[in-house]
Design a protein around this ligand. Structure first.
Ligand SMILES: *[C@@H]1O[C@H](CO)[C@@H](O)[C@H](O)[C@H]1NC(C)=O
Ligand SMILES: *[C@@H]1O[C@H](CO)[C@@H](O)[C@H](O)[C@H]1NC(C)=O
Ligand SMILES: *[C@@H]1O[C@H](CO)[C@@H](O)[C@H](O)[C@H]1NC(C)=O
Ligand SMILES: *[C@@H]1O[C@H](CO)[C@@H](O)[C@H](O)[C@H]1NC(C)=O
Ligand SMILES: *[C@@H]1O[C@H](CO)[C@@H](O)[C@H](O)[C@H]1NC(C)=O
Ligand SMILES: *[C@@H]1O[C@H](CO)[C@@H](O)[C@H](O)[C@H]1NC(C)=O
Ligand SMILES: *[C@@H]1O[C@H](CO)[C@@H](O)[C@H](O)[C@H]1NC(C)=O
Ligand SMILES: *[C@@H]1O[C@H](CO)[C@@H](O)[C@H](O)[C@H]1NC(C)=O
Ligand SMILES: *[C@@H]1O[C@H](CO)[C@@H](O)[C@H](O)[C@H]1NC(C)=O
Ligand SMILES: *[C@@H]1O[C@H](CO)[C@@H](O)[C@H](O)[C@H]1NC(C)=O
Length: 435
């Protein structure tokens, strides 16, 4: 250092001040609670000693080996792309957090560098397609949060499972080879939030979870099997995304026990059965996505009493009967989808056909009078095959005596109308052609 100490302090003080005021916007949310050491002193007079201490030389070398420029002190002037956060130890500060983004392909993680960096509590790789290496056990036991997005090429369940003290785990867009999520999560006793998304992870949905867990996102994998009843014991769970997997079976009847739940998606799986009535007992539920499964039965009317609901997607399932919602309920939502449920219909004396729902109006027995426009070509099958699909419900008593009447009339009218339209179009074309 060529600067004389007093001058040095004069330059560093404002830098430290700007850092401490702006750090909250630079560092991830999860860091704020792991850095109680972050200058508790009143902002006008940080102690001169803390300003003097710089990063541990071993850690400085490790950062340099990762191609992170260290001309500026990474503790006082962290870069935006490769963010760093340090403790305030003396005589040298130590790294608590490191985020590597957009690494070059030729970068290599060395075990030596990682050994020196084992004070890290938070480590993030974002767009760093480097080869994973064995993490020293000091590092794995210190890490509270670990993020790997589109990085480290491929991971194994055993490798991830060593991170036994993490509270927050994010792994996305990277192949994970494991026999199931439990191999990864089974030993993480402090886990509060997990995202393992778009990793092609296979195996079953775990039966056992840490009861304190708040956030589960296993979307975009190949997880199969049932969602077990035991999972409804997670009374702190706020967020559950299991979309785009291969789950089957029904939603447990005790689903309504998940009293903290706010957002949930089972979209794009192979789940079936009815929506449990208990779903409407979840007071804060805002987002419910059950689209693209084989859910069936009638839609519980109690859902219309859910005051906080803003997003409801039930499209592309096998729901049947009269859609129970009125216009004021639908208008309160920002997203409402019920289309592609061929046995579901709406009561046209309650809802105008101007509200585009993608389902047919009901006849007086609560059956769809025709298929929605998108499927008009299947209309001819309606009279015959529709019967098989709807025999299960209580309208079957009416059906023997009455069903053939209405549907034959409808069929006749439709054929008549389409012939007339056809003739008109034909005549118009003919007259144009003849000119
Ligand atoms: C990483 O690179 C992408 C694409 O080149 C760019 O959009 C993004 O802003 C970069 N991120 C950071 C933190 O530098
Ligand atoms: C961030 O770190 C990566 C890998 O360590 C390096 O390749 C890149 O140059 C760094 N970017 C900046 C802006 O420091
Ligand atoms: C978790 O941290 C404690 C100390 O804080 C350590 O004793 C323990 O070995 C760590 N657990 C794992 C699985 O690394
Ligand atoms: C998952 O598998 C699909 C299809 O085999 C493939 O296209 C995709 O790249 C894989 N994703 C990962 C993260 O490996
Ligand atoms: C996953 O790991 C197992 C055992 O380590 C190995 O046999 C298998 O080939 C790996 N699968 C893939 C797709 O890499
Ligand atoms: C669930 O994850 C998928 C894909 O990862 C995403 O498109 C969807 O918005 C997520 N749903 C919720 C409720 O966050
Ligand atoms: C709904 O699906 C379940 C499970 O696939 C099935 O047992 C049940 O009979 C179906 N109910 C109706 C009304 O179709
Ligand atoms: C939860 O759902 C609401 C409504 O769709 C949405 O605005 C919000 O961003 C979601 N929250 C999370 C964490 O995805
Ligand atoms: C719509 O349904 C809700 C819930 O069932 C009910 O409270 C409300 O009065 C209904 N509104 C109209 C206009 O029928
Ligand atoms: C439609 O609503 C009207 C008026 O509330 C009611 O009389 C009729 O039974 C309903 N039709 C069906 C099929 O539910």
């Amino acid at each position: 250092m060529e600067l004389k100490p007093p001058l040095f302090i004069l330059i560093l003080l404002p830098l430290l001040l700007t850092y401490t005021t702006s750090s909250s916007s630079l560092t991830p949310l999860s860091l704020q609670h792991i850095s109680p050491t972050k200058s508790p002193s009143p902002s006008k007079s940080p102690t001169p000693t803390s300003a003097q201490s710089t990063l541990d030389p071993k850690q400085l070398t490790a950062l340099q080996s990762l191609n992170i420029p260290t001309l500026k002190d990474p503790c006082t002037q962290p870069s935006f792309h490769n963010a760093t956060l340090c403790d305030t130890a003396k005589p040298f500060r130590h790294l608590l957090s490191l985020r590597l983004t957009n690494c070059s392909d030729d970068l290599e993680l060395s075990t030596t560098a990682l050994k020196s960096l084992s004070t890290l509590q938070d480590l993030q790789f974002i767009n760093c397609p480097i080869s994973p290496v064995h993490f020293p056990s000091d590092l794995t036991s210190n890490l509270h949060t670990f993020t790997c997005i589109n990085s480290l090429k491929r991971l194994t369940g055993v490798w991830l499972g060593r991170l036994g003290n993490v509270t927050d785990l994010v792994v996305a867009n990277v192949f994970v080879n494991a026999s199931g999520p439990f191999v990864i999560l089974g030993n993480m006793k402090k886990l509060r939030s997990v995202t393992i998304s778009r990793t092609n992870l296979t195996g079953h949905f775990p039966k056992k979870w840490n009861l304190n867990i708040i956030h589960i996102d296993l979307s975009g994998n190949r997880i199969k099997g049932n969602v077990h009843t035991s999972f409804t014991l997670l009374e702190n769970l706020e967020f559950l995304n299991l979309s785009s997997n291969a789950l089957s079976g029904e939603i447990p009847y005790t689903f309504g026990d998940l009293l903290s739940l706010k957002n949930v998606s089972f979209a794009s799986n192979s789940m079936s059965g009815a929506i449990p009535d208990t779903v409407s007992e979840i007071p804060g539920l805002v987002h419910l996505d059950l689209s693209s499964n084989q859910f069936n039965g009638t839609i519980p009317k109690s859902i219309s009493g859910m005051k906080n609901l803003r997003y409801l997607n039930l499209e592309n399932n096998n729901f049947n009967g009269v859609m129970p919602f009125n216009v004021s309920f639908i208008k309160r939502l920002s997203v409402f989808k019920v289309g592609e449920n061929s046995n579901l219909c709406y009561n046209h004396s309650k809802i105008s056909s101007k509200v585009k729902l993608g389902i047919a109006p009901c006849d007086k027995y609560g059956l769809p009078v025709s298929l929605p426009p998108a499927k008009e070509s299947g209309f001819d099958d309606n009279g015959g095959s529709n019967e098989d699909e709807t025999t299960d419900d209580d309208s079957s008593t009416h059906k023997d005596s009455n069903k053939h009447g209405p549907s034959k009339i409808v069929l006749g009218v439709a054929i008549g109308l389409s012939s007339i339209v056809f003739v008109i179009v034909f005549l118009v074309l003919l007259s144009k052609w003849c000119k």
